[in-house]
Design a binder for this molecule. Structure first.
Ligand SMILES: *[C@@H]1O[C@H](CO)[C@@H](O)[C@H](O)[C@H]1NC(C)=O
Ligand SMILES: *[C@@H]1O[C@H](CO)[C@@H](O)[C@H](O)[C@H]1NC(C)=O
Ligand SMILES: *[C@@H]1O[C@H](CO)[C@@H](O)[C@H](O)[C@H]1NC(C)=O
Ligand SMILES: *[C@@H]1O[C@H](CO)[C@@H](O)[C@H](O)[C@H]1NC(C)=O
Length: 439
């Protein structure tokens, strides 16, 4: 049997109008398929590389895009990003019953502890606003949709971009005076941001909530009481750190890798000046950057959201690259599902250390916590915050637990049973994430 369609495309017979029409349609379909394929992979790999959200969560709707504003007032005070550019933030105005309430969320992104690592940030959004996206999606705790964010959806919301490399706590006195063009202005950026937001209406806030994730969670610990002090006395002011409870724990070889890393950050950027001065006077200053020390003296009500097996901490504190030259942990450190029984036992030890470091704070009457047993990092500004497939403890989402605590509806101190008991955990796999080693 002769297949004319096939012949029309393959053989020498002269093409008639109909053949051209078929060919055009076919080529259009193929090109469309290729474009869809490329788009799918761009979106998919982007969500994987972001390292913080799970690819199975639905992206927020287009209405949640919020533009970047550069902080023009930073010129006057010299509050610059690492490369000397202006810092930035994204602001979405509140409405209805939320119009005089404010929620700030500080972006994360690790720290730089050497001239080289700070220099390499100059070419990224973590060191220069020239590389910041002109708009970002507001999701989770920043979402405007009451079904995703039941208690804070109509508040004024601000995402503070992170471009100083030291959790908004660097000082210019530590800059090199020899032509190394690096600006250590984190503390000045914090102050300039606050001044700008106070002038936009934050100074008249009735409710105010400072939050942040990862290095931004650490910034929340550092600046919480100062935030409180700048707001009206009769305002309700609280703070929340998401995945910011970094532990002072040794790695699997027994080396204090994280302590040594923070020691370098403090030394390079003069961070001790932004830490609690009585702590700095009593012990080695680097100890005072760990949240377990800071939290002892924070006077403002505080909520700690942190997975007991925080994936960033497992990768960088418990099993930093150098601690595993033989590569026994190369799969497990990036994906808890790939750990063998001995390794899981080691991770349970890390959870024990997390709970021990939180034990004093657990008795704080104004405090709240959500310590789930998932392998993840940063859960509040993504749909893990409140959606049908969010992680839960006692059937409560993070949003419900935080809302109960913020509005004094009921006590919220939730500690999950140990891995692998919680079926609501997504337990992300970072094996193919290009960013996993970078932060
Ligand atoms: C910061 O970096 C960007 C990109 O390299 C550059 O265009 C900009 O001029 C830099 N800003 C300053 C003040 O150096
Ligand atoms: C500038 O000073 C720093 C710190 O002392 C040093 O590491 C760096 O090499 C110096 N750079 C130059 C160009 O001298
Ligand atoms: C880590 O510990 C091992 C064994 O105790 C030691 O040989 C090694 O030098 C340490 N590495 C670092 C970077 O301190
Ligand atoms: C968990 O909470 C949801 C509402 O958030 C409710 O529909 C469901 O029945 C609850 N499940 C259990 C087991 O209590």
């Amino acid at each position: 049997m002769e297949n004319t369609g096939f012949r029309a495309f393959c053989c020498r017979r002269k093409w008639v109008k109909r053949d051209w029409a078929i060919a055009t349609v076919a080529i259009t379909v193929i090109i469309a398929a290729i474009i869809i394929f490329i788009l799918f992979f761009t979106v998919f790999s982007d969500s994987r590389n972001r390292k913080t959200s799970s690819p199975t969560f639905a992206p927020p709707s287009a209405g949640d895009f919020v533009p970047l504003t550069l902080l023009q007032s930073a010129k006057a005070t010299g509050a610059f990003c690492l490369n000397g550019s202006l810092p930035g933030y994204h602001f979405q105005k509140g409405f209805g019953s939320g119009s005089s309430n404010w929620l700030l969320h500080i972006e994360g992104g690790g720290w730089c502890n050497s001239i080289e690592s700070c220099n390499s940030r100059k070419g990224t959004s973590l060191g220069s606003s020239n590389y910041m996206e002109h708009q970002v999606q507001f999701a989770g705790i920043l979402s405007q949709d009451p079904s995703q964010n039941p208690d804070f959806y109509n508040w004024n919301k601000v995402k503070l971009r992170y471009c100083d490399g030291a959790s908004f706590a660097g000082h210019p006195e530590s800059e090199f005076k020899n032509g190394t063009k690096l600006f250590f202005r984190g503390q000045l950026i914090w102050e300039a941001m606050m001044n700008e937001l106070l002038s936009l209406g934050l100074s008249k806030a009735k409710e105010a909530f400072l939050t942040g994730c990862s290095a931004g969670g650490l910034a929340t610990f550092i600046h919480c009481d100062d935030f409180r002090d700048q707001l009206p006395k009769d305002a309700t002011v609280k703070c929340l750190a998401d995945a910011g409870y970094f532990l002072d724990e040794p790695d699997i070889l027994g080396n204090r890798t994280m302590l040594a890393f923070y020691r370098d950050v403090l030394q390079l950027q003069g961070v001790a000046k932004s830490l609690q001065q009585d702590c700095v006077g009593r012990m080695e200053p680097v100890k005072c950057i760990f949240p377990q020390e800071i939290i002892k003296n924070v006077k403002t009500p505080f909520f700690v959201v942190n997975p007991a097996y925080d994936s960033w901490q497992i990768e960088n504190i418990l099993v930093p690259i150098g601690s595993d030259p033989q590569g026994y942990w190369s799969s497990c450190r990036l994906s808890i599902k790939k750990c063998d029984a001995t390794q899981v036992k080691r991770l349970q030890g890390y959870r024990d250390a997390m709970l021990k470091a939180l034990s004093m704070f657990q008795r704080n009457e104004e405090g709240g916590m959500f310590i789930n047993s998932c392998f993840s990092h940063c859960q509040t500004s993504y749909s893990a915050w409140h959606s049908p497939n969010s992680p839960r403890i006692n059937n409560k989402t993070i949003a419900e637990s935080v809302g109960d605590w913020y509005f004094n509806r009921k006590e919220s101190k939730l500690i999950d049973c140990p891995y692998p008991c919680n079926p609501t955990c997504n337990n992300d796999d970072y094996t193919s994430s290009v960013l996993s080693a970078a932060v």
